[in-house]
Design a protein around this ligand. Structure first.
Ligand code: COA
Length: 187
């Protein structure tokens, strides 16, 4: 079965739902900021056309059944303030990987944590996922911190695994098992 979150996930301050083309102007504000894209595998967006190319890639991924791009919408004003990507879904092993991005003015308010608690909880219960993974550049302090705060274990460091913007860099591999899950508390 393809990976699919069909109904929106609702949290106290957010709604998470599949991306639409109409979201691109809001997402240009998020991904047009070099501080936000610093550790991401795509360049900072300059125009909405960069967003359209990204959306085509996300739609192609969804058509394989191994990924789904969600957007994070603020309930108060309906604005799209970030994204959560579920990808590398492996049905046989009930495993998937997470990617997440939030607009800079929303950082450090517990918002992405709130979003990921909902996504992980849904993945483990409704989707029957057994293991969630994430790869993080060790220099990306915020990303490592959010994973650990959710109860992920840092399982190892893979040396010079990726090359981005002409530079090789290490990746920390994080994993969270359904049997580890405490609803987002670290222990
Ligand atoms: C990573 C990111 C999504 C974090 O989102 P956020 O909403 O600011 O994180 P939260 O406020 O929910 O914080 C969650 C936890 O991480 C910690 N944290 C967040 N940013 C941190 C930072 N810069 N330094 C240290 N800890 C940080 C918080 O203290 C919190 O820990 P706690 O629950 O133990 O108090 C955000 O910084 C971002 O979008 N970065 C750019 C995109 C990116 O690099 N994505 C990840 C690619 S692997």
């Amino acid at each position: 079965m393809p990976l699919e979150i069909a109904s929106p996930l609702v949290t106290p301050r957010l709604v998470l739902r599949p991306v639409h083309r109409d979201d691109l102007p809001d997402l240009l504000e998020v991904n047009g900021d070099p501080e936000v894209t610093r550790f991401l595998p795509y360049p900072t967006w300059k125009t909405v056309d960069d967003g359209a190319a990204w959306l085509d890639r996300m739609n192609a991924l969804a058509s394989t059944g191994t990924g789904q791009q969600l957007v994070v919408v603020g309930t108060a004003d309906g604005k799209v303030i970030g994204t959560v990507l579920l990808f590398r879904f492996d049905e046989g092993s009930s495993r998937l990987e997470l990617g997440y991005v939030l607009g800079r003015k929303h950082w450090r308010q517990g918002l992405m944590r709130e979003a990921l608690v909902a996504v992980c909880g849904h993945a483990f219960s409704a989707l029957g996922i057994r293991r969630i993974e994430a790869e993080v550049n060790p220099a990306n302090v915020a990303s490592g911190a959010i994973l650990r705060s959710l109860g992920f274990t840092r399982e190892g460091r893979l040396r010079e695994r990726w090359v981005s913007r002409g530079e090789a860099y290490d990746t920390d591999f994080y994993g969270l098992l359904a049997s580890d899950w405490r609803g987002g508390s670290p222990d």
